[in-house]
Design a protein around this ligand. Sequence first.
Ligand SMILES: [Zn+2]
Ligand SMILES: [Zn+2]
Ligand SMILES: [Zn+2]
Length: 272
Amino acid sequence: MKFTFLGTASCEGVPALFCNCPRCAAARALGGKNVRTRAQALIDDDILIDLPPDTLYHFHTHGVEGHKLKHLLLTHSHSDHLIPKELHNRGPGRCHDMDVDILHVWCSQGSYDAIKAIAPREDHVKLHLIKPFEPFTVGKYRITPLPANHHKGDEAVIYLIEGEKTMLYALDSGYFYDEVFDYLAEHHVKLDFAVYDCSLIERVWPHIIGHMGLHRIRLVVEKLRELGVATDRTIHSISHFSHNGQALQSDIEELVKDDGYLVAYDGRVIEL
Ligand SMILES: [Zn+2]
Ligand SMILES: [Zn+2]
Ligand SMILES: [Zn+2]
């Protein structure tokens, strides 16, 4: 499995769209890994996770060939993860000589409704409504959506992705629900790789919904280890950074040097 972080920021990006705070100014001046776009990921070269406003830029910058994509997994409908109208670009007159006839879009209720509202051409894009804890197959992978502790009305999900390797993609989630921990333990999942939401970095919100920072990520990792879901071999990575917390690559790496977490940056590739 080849996993690519295409974007590693929360909704307004780093430097943020209209911001001139010291963190954005520093990111702007330093460039490189400190410049972060809205969260998106690619598995191998044909499974895309989320469709944020920076999708076209990601394809241009990281050599993603959109015509090879077979599947799009959506986490939820927030605008930093889904711009439904981009799907209009996968239709007659807007793309030609396609390797793949149909792009399969896997989405829970909120994303499904948002896409239906823009009336996509469904001859080239096929929507699949997914439900938490109901696995489906995408190529050589078994995908299980699990409920994200994020935006309840949206039915936001995180994804357990199992093939030769097993990974958890868990952006836009607060502390995991008990039933998520239970599912992973009861199904004897052993993670090779996990991606956690680190929007808050060092900040600690009193409530556990929405997003996580290092404080709650450490609690999640500890619990996964207790359950045997995470082992000594598991790579724990953090992403979805915000300028409201530390967002410079070197500063975040310093914060987690004792945890051993892998700090995502745009374009970072993990070969599992
Ligand atoms: Zn987000
Ligand atoms: Zn800022
Ligand atoms: Zn969100």
